[in-house]
Design a protein around this ligand. Structure first.
Ligand code: ADP
Length: 644
């Protein structure tokens, strides 16, 4: 079968996305492949399409039970014979699934890495025809990645135990050079065809906000996104409890997730969110890995995370289905201090030596600094992020709060000069907090103890708010006037640029975004007809509840939107909708087309009624003329007034 035909017939898409076709071609040629694509980039299609075209079975190694379940359920919805083998199955279920697999019932089998080298699985794999092994979330093989999973180290052992080595491919969304090398080496990929697609996620709108009251801002935000699914990340369990409570009290349909909850409740709350019984989940970073929900329309960070890696991963859970979505970060300097505190307090990892622990903490501090720069930069947020991950980026994206915002420019020359002078006065021995205390003339313990109140710069900026001084310090660090050293107690030191600046009569201006110029706007993609969209959504919800599957597995929002545009009423027309393959057509086509037909009929009736009303009112007007007003008089009096 032709790859495009499989794409259309099974998955309902008419063209490949960036990278997909070349990966599929290489797999079909028999090569090993290594694909690095961002979340939502469409990795699954890359191995699922060839899996259906090749003779034999494809094994997909996946790290999480929830991921496997979701992927298999989605495939089954599309009419693909797929199953998973993992510890969630009972002994009987497992044996039954294996028996089916022996009998060739499945084309794609998801398997946990720990299963691979068990004697019964090895026997199975050497009996049937395994045409391909796919390693999903391949970064789990590397100890340098965020989610190291020792079971992944068994994969190469498994491959070497097979009588015939199948083609192997590996996919991941995050790969630094170190992790990339580990993946190739530890999975023993054979001269893999490498594809790395653009990491930009154009459907995501990035924003940083610094609201005076975060609680009010969060309420306003969810109110503007009332019908949408969203994740709100908080730093602590306490924050999660508070914000979830706040939302519930205000009538929003929210649930919570953090490691302090009983496993039963965590599971229940997660399912409530995935199955659309709750549309907001307030969570710590414990939530997310293995969540495959495509229609998350926003990820709001109530607190700033500790690194760009964490932020990109968490924010990236928005808009996996490709629809427009928002990633909003609430920033407060307080968050930086809390994160610094957490790094310092972090319980020591016993497996590391003292020296290694020091290095780890230093790296964490460095990452926090980069994250703070993201939160405070006035350049394009997307460009900052892409460059951070080593990608090329245009200067302006026009789809982030910095590109879209309006700015006021402030002359901060006096503050900048005072900061530099103070650092110099204090012999470059103190950090941001001490510098701010001295400049504003605060007689804190530290200031008194060290006699800093005798310095010339003491109280130099008594009239300026500390937060403003901090912002200018951030700016001076970013622009490399000064350096903030690493370590537990970072200190500020002066660079050549600062000394030059003090000698010249030049100004320093910072751009500050005008308050409320970038309101988080409602970003659901435009539908041709929002009433019809709503009816289709209700239809989808009803079917999802009957079938006990998440709504997005029936059809994505993008498919429903396409239905509102095409308004199909025949099978042929319905098959042209994006995301509709033949299995979904058979399973759901009738019900959705009925909704569309009824809607169209109603529209016709409404149109006729409107015409009748118009005709009626014309008749009334006519009556008015004939019975009450002497038409010639009426006309002539008006004609008179017109001519005047
Ligand atoms: P990833 O695993 O890379 O995060 P997925 O494989 O889950 O991404 O794909 C994300 C979304 O994009 C899914 O809803 C999927 O159906 C859709 N998708 C994938 N390929 C295409 C395509 N060629 N055309 C349209 N939609 C696609």
């Amino acid at each position: 079968m032709d790859k495009l035909k499989v794409l259309k017939d099974v998955f309902g898409y008419s063209s490949f996305r960036d990278g997909q076709e070349e990966i599929i071609d290489s797999i079909l040629e028999g090569r090993d492949v290594f694909g690095i694509m961002p979340t939502g980039g469409g990795k699954s299609i890359c191995f699922q399409v060839p899996a259906l075209m090749l003779e034999g079975i494809t094994l997909v190694v996946s790290p999480l039970i929830s991921l496997m379940k979701d992927q298999v359920a989605t495939l089954v919805q599309s009419g693909v014979r797929a199953a998973y083998l993992n510890s969630s199955l009972t002994f009987r279920q497992y044996n039954k699934a294996l028996e089916n697999a022996y009998n060739g019932v499945y084309k794609i089998i998801y398997v946990a890495p720990e299963r691979l080298c068990t004697p019964e699985f090895l026997k199975f794999a050497n009996t049937v025809n395994i045409s391909m092994v796919t390693v999903d979330e391949a970064h789990c093989v590397s100890q340098w990645g965020q989610d190291f999973r020792p079971g992944y180290l068994k994969i190469s052992q498994f491959l070497n135990s097979l009588d015939r080595r199948p083609r192997v491919n590996a996919f991941t969304a995050t790969a630094t050079d170190r992790v990339k090398k580990d993946i190739i080496k530890l999975l023993e990929l054979n001269k893999p065809y490498m594809v790395k697609t653009d990491f930009d996620r154009p459907n995501l709108y990035f924003a940083v906000e610094t609201p005076k009251s975060r609680k009010k801002a969060v309420l306003d935000f969810v109110a503007e996104h009332e019908d949408s699914c969203g994740v709100i990340y908080c730093l602590s369990r306490k924050n999660v409890e508070e914000i979830c409570e706040l939302l519930c009290v205000n009538g929003f349909n929210a649930t919570r997730y953090h490691a302090g909850l009983e496993p039963e409740e965590r599971k229940q709350n997660q399912e409530d969110f995935i199955y659309d019984r709750k549309n907001i989940i307030v969570a710590t970073n414990a939530f997310g890995m293995g969540i495959d929900k495509g229609d998350v329309r926003y990820v709001l960070h109530y607190n700033m995370p500790a690194s760009m890696e964490a932020y990109y991963q968490e924010a990236g859970r928005a808009g996996r289905d490709g629809d427009k979505s928002e990633c909003v970060l609430f920033y407060s300097p307080q968050d930086v201090r809390v994160q610094q505190f957490l790094i310092d307090q972090d319980s020591e990892n016993e497996e590391l030596t003292e020296e290694e622990q020091k290095i780890v903490k230093e790296r964490q501090r460095e990452k926090l600094k980069e994250m703070t720069f993201y939160a405070t930069t006035d350049d394009c947020l997307r460009a900052y992020m892409l460059r951070y991950f080593g990608e090329k980026a245009k200067g302006k994206c026009d789809n982030c709060s910095n590109c879209k915002g309006e700015y006021d420019t402030y002359d901060v020359t006096r503050i900048a000069r005072s900061v530099i002078r103070c650092i110099d006065d204090l012999d470059e021995r103190y950090g941001t907090t001490a510098i701010c205390e001295v400049l504003t003339g605060l007689e804190t313990d530290r200031v008194i103890r060290n006699g800093l109140d005798d310095e010339i710069s003491f109280g130099l900026l008594y009239d300026v708010e500390i937060s403003e001084i901090r912002n200018v310090i951030n700016y001076l660090v970013r622009e490399e006037y000064i350096t903030q050293t690493d370590g537990k107690y970072p200190i500020l030191t002066l660079n050549h640029k600062a000394r030059e600046f003090m000698k010249k009569d030049v100004k320093v201006n910072v751009k500050v975004r005008k308050k409320n110029t970038v309101k988080p706007k409602f970003v659901r993609e435009k539908t041709a007809d929002s009433n019809l969209f709503e009816l289709l959504r209700q239809c989808r919800m009803k079917i999802a509840q009957q079938k006990r599957v998440p709504a997005f597995m029936i059809f994505t929002d993008a498919s429903l939107r396409d239905m509102t545009v095409k308004q199909p009423t025949t099978e042929k027309e319905f098959l042209t909708v994006s995301g509709v393959g033949s299995a979904k057509m058979k399973a759901y086509g009738k019900e959705f087309m009925n909704v569309i037909k009824q809607y169209k009929n109603r529209c016709i009736i409404i149109a006729i009624c409107q015409w009748l009303i118009i005709i009626n009112s014309l008749n009334d007007l006519h009556d008015l003329f004939c019975r009450n007003v002497k038409a010639p008089q009426y006309l002539s009096s008006h004609a008179f007034s017109f001519t005047q």
